[in-house]
Design a protein around this ligand. Sequence first.
Ligand code: AQP
Length: 354
Amino acid sequence: MNESATASTAPATARFRQRIFSGIQPSGGLTLGNYLGALKRFVEKQDEGIETVYCLVDLHAITVWQDPEKLRHATREAAAGFIASGIDPARSILFNQSQVAAHAELAWIFNCVARMGWLRRMTQFKDKAGKNAEEASVGLFAYPNLMAADILAYHATHVPVGEDQKQHLELTRDIAIKFNNDFGVDFFPVVEPVIEGAATRVMSLRDGTRKMSKSDPSDMSRINLTDDADAIAQKFRKARTDPEPLPETVEGLDGRPEARNLVNIYAALADRTPAAVIAEFGGKGFGVFKPALADLAVEKLRPISAEMTRLMADVAEIDRILGAGAERADAIARPILADCLDIVGMVRSRPAHG
Ligand code: AQP
């Protein structure tokens, strides 16, 4: 195999039918970052009438230790979060990754396509493994190959994600190009990242230079979709900011990461631009802006958390939805995996094995 992914003839996605794939790890409760950076836009794509495949990536979640009972709960709760946010399981395919074996099988092929050097450059591994890289799981290192498999098992053409996933999507493109080159085929699409909106990177409420994350040890750093109105108000009230009032222009947010974060969150929740938010609140202090932001967040999130609570009262129904979604997902992914195995040169003679 060649070492490089560079291709003079990168196939466009044009010949592939437009299909959206994206996923979220059930590695804890969903956050406002997941909602604004991913979920809200998943719903928009579904409502545009594009074919949408959405996955709770439980195999990704176990790249760091997960308590099995908590993982099961988080998977179901995340499914409830998707549905409560507007994902309609009749229109979108919604399922959990481990129920469709093609993801793990294709990931193995990609482990043999991707190069060590590519994965060593992944900043998320460096961030998550920290100083203890020797103790990190092999899965955490190979995570981007599984992510490439998630996407390419569906021949997905577009992947809505937050800014933090951009590098992984570039790796997915490299894998597709190298596979196509190595085997002389035009088989995998070269996916397009879809990174849109005012909140592609929602930052921690305690540190405006760090991403809001469901696994941050401080619960005060994030808004959870299940937080009640009091918790949301308290977290915004205590959010770290500087002492200056909001600037009169968006440029005035330069060098003020916490202020910029809160303005971006407001804009994304209100479906407005940051400039429009600054036009309304410029010159006002955080004593005015934070309560307005908290009220807006409560207004937008309360219906979602109420619906999540309602859905979680019937776990069997959630499991039924995930199982039915997995059947539909499998029907797309299995023939693509079979073709991929043929291309690679695997003998497949089991009649029932697709
Ligand atoms: N803070 C964020 N701002 C914007 N988008 C975000 N996303 C996550 N955090 C933010 C987007 O949500 C989708 C799912 O991400 P994920 O849960 O699979 O993985 P992650 O990015 O590693 O999210 P977390 O919350 O930080 O999880 P943990 O703590 O378990 O690592 C992606 O589209 C992501 O861009």
